[in-house]
Design a binder for this molecule. Structure first.
Ligand code: UD1
Ligand code: UDP
Length: 353
């Protein structure tokens, strides 16, 4: 069995690390990086920290409009798939790299396996929602992290090849957290005391491309008066400059950090504010209260369990929640038990071996 795995953006390196490590050991994988993310702190650092092999191919597509970026990926991926003739193609998550990988493979009649299938925000204004719907529709194997994801697919009439395997990001966290706690010196480097600061990440197009939303979020962060650490995604850095938005004094901007440092920053935060999918889940697994800077989430379990509150971009809701939100004691195991990667490999071998 030969598999071509397709990655391109930060969260995909973390997801792929879990599966790729095993596929690599068994010489079953060709790893293709589309080049969607390319700065060292958005790409290279994750390969080094997670022990991911260097990609066999990097298409170097870089940034661009949706059509240009996806189109260049399609051309590059098709070329590689024609050369490699794999048994199937593995895609992760919901980025343009996911969409291009699934589409290029499907057009060559190669079976597609989608890790993190079935997630829905029911908001088609999100580019990710379009990517998910298309990738799921084209996939022969759909690896769902949660029960909700399986149900979402069933509602769209997709039941064949659907497997609830748990969340590979939970596997990654369980594997990496002890290493991060042993090796990261980020708290000392930034002079942070555990439990005394808030952590925020912002990068969704809906927040960064709308100046009113981005300024409302920054105003709300300022209005909390709490010390807030903000590792800034390059998209958001550009938006802050473009819209001339200056953060308040209590908001400390730093460059994006590696995964090890990020886990330590999350684990020691008093509260997390984010529009990231991955960060919402990590907050839940680490038992840190989370406020989501969106009006909806794909990770509804974290809200239902009482650990995540949707505050959107409302200054009042955000400030009130920062001061009053106290989640219940428990985090039920709704994302599997840290064996999603193993289960995915077993199912891939069964289907394509
Ligand atoms: C992408 C995904 C999003 C995912 C996020 C993870 C799509 C449509 N979006 O969003 O689902 O949550 O990655 O972080 O696929 N840039 C750099 N250096 C880089 C990468 C990007 O400066 O290494 C800048 C460029 O100006 C670029 C902008 O960030 O135009 C946005 O990058 P892009 O990959 O298009 O989308 P993300 O916002 O990163
Ligand atoms: N992350 C990181 N450094 C940062 C910000 C995020 O390592 O400065 C990690 C985070 O811990 C999570 C993943 O990146 O594992 C989430 O990626 P992102 O927020 O970019 O995308 P999303 O999950 O929203 O698609």
């Amino acid at each position: 069995m030969k598999i071509v795995s397709i990655v391109g953006a930060r969260p995909q390196f973390i997801k792929a690390a879990v599966v790729s490590r095993v596929l690599r050991e068994r010489h079953l994988e060709v790893l293709l990086h589309t080049g969607q993310h390319y700065d060292d702190e958005m790409s290279g650092v994750f390969f080094r920290e997670l022990g991911l092999p260097r990609p066999d191919i990097n298409l170097g597509v870089g940034s661009g409009s949706h059509a240009r970026q996806t189109g260049e990926m399609l051309i590059g991926i098709e070329r590689v798939l024609l050369q490699e003739r794999p048994a199937g193609v593995l895609v992760y998550g919901d980025t343009n790299s996911t969409l291009a990988g699934a589409l290029a493979a499907a057009k060559l009649n190669l079976p597609v396996a989608h890790v993190e299938a079935g997630l829905r925000s029911f908001n088609r204004a999100m580019p990710e929602e379009i990517n998910r719907i298309v990738a799921d529709r084209l996939s022969a194997l759909l690896f769902c992290p949660t029960r909700t994801a399986v149900e979402n697919l069933a509602r769209e009439g997709i039941t064949a090849g659907v497997h609830q395997v748990g969340d590979v990001m939970y596997d990654a966290l369980l594997h990496t957290l002890p290493i991060a706690e042993r090796t990261s010196s980020i708290l000392e480097a930034l002079g942070l005391t555990p439990g005394t600061y808030l952590l925020t990440t912002i990068h969704r197009a809906g927040n960064t491309d709308e100046p009113a939303n981005l300024s409302a979020i920054l105003a709300a962060l300022g209005a909390t008066g709490e010390p807030i650490l903000f590792p800034v995604h390059p998209r958001t850095r550009q938006a802050l400059t473009r819209w001339n938005i200056s953060p308040a004094q209590n908001v400390r901007l730093i460059e994006p950090v590696g995964y090890l440092d990020m886990l330590v920053l999350e684990k020691n935060a008093r509260l997390i504010l984010t529009d990231s999918g991955g960060v919402q889940k990590e907050a839940y697994w680490l038992g840190i209260p989370c406020l989501t800077l969106r009006e909806e989430t794909e990770w509804v379990e974290t809200v239902e369990a009482g650990w995540n509150v949707l505050v959107g971009t409302s200054v009042e809701r955000l400030v009130a929640a920062v001061h009053s939100f106290h989640p219940p004691g428990e985090q039920p195991a709704l994302f599997g038990h840290g064996q999603a990667g193993q289960e995915i490999i077993r199912l891939l071998e069964e289907a394509w071996g």
